[in-house]
Design a protein around this ligand. Sequence first.
Ligand code: DAH
Length: 349
Amino acid sequence: MTLNEIATIREKLLGDLDAITSMSDLEAFKLAHLTRKGTIAALFDDLRTVSREEKPQFGKELNLLRHSVESRFGEQEAAIGQSAGIAKTIDLTMPARTVPVASSGHAHPIMQTLNEMVAIFEHMGFAVEYGPEIEDDEHNFGKLNFPPEHPARDMQDTFFVKPDAGWSGTGTSPLLLRTHTSPVQIRLMERQKPPIRAIMPGRVYRNEAASARAGVAFFMMEGLVVDKGVSMADLKGVLLSFARQFFGNDAKIQLRPSFFPFTEPSAEVDVSCYICGGKGCRVCKYSGWLEILGSGMVHPNVLSACGIDPEKYSGYAFGIGIDRTAMMRYGVSDIRNFYENDYRFLEQF
Ligand code: DAH
């Protein structure tokens, strides 16, 4: 045994230790080198063969060898033990947890319905316009040909921003939450002269008791076409085309006489039941028809109020409830489901 040999063995053992990555190899190393029958103990035994004068020198080198190997062994044991511990708590082979679609984000069923309608009308050449949700009485009612004492202005239907501010009939125009998207028609006609061909989607508000069929806030989409020679036949054609694209190619529509202050004549439009095809079922209450929207020819008073000459121009308009249509389409029986944000409900769309 020479001092050189001891140094070489030390380097070799430290190198071997550094290369070890598993607990079992570390255990094998310990058995081979650090036990009573191991390499290092054998070197100490060899001290007997060293001369008396040289002993202190050799003893010192051997101790250095043992200490450095033991302390490096300790470091490796801690490092490998730690990663083994992590591997015990995290099973890297476990299948990943899938992220449910609803929580990773998709459009709300009402927005899906709205987006689809908007796309259909855009393809038919309609522009998309928007207006404010806080309106004044003048746009929400007055210029839409609602007389000052009309019952639709009643406090029960309208949320006024300042409840005691009075009607436009008194000379002021109190602020309110719009009760329909029809005021956007007025704003559009005030700033754009015919030809006009636009849809106007948005949120509207009604001061009503919330029920399965009606909420205090919901979505509507207005349609307006004003040009020379526009007739009821144009309205019918566009709505039939819409119904076929939205409800299916076999869809039919029917117009029933109705009343709105801002249209004359006015019509309620039904679409043939998409469930039974018109034969009669629970969804259409055995009538074969589903009511989908209100419509009519723009009243001459409305055109005049916006500075459009009713002798030169005519127009049609329609207003469709988005929530109701979405309910019909998806077979949802309570409108409140759409606004509760219950994950179990939303993930179905
Ligand atoms: N504004 C009506 C409502 O809130 C819907 C409506 C009916 C809009 C007929 C129109 C229309 O443009 O022509 O129920």
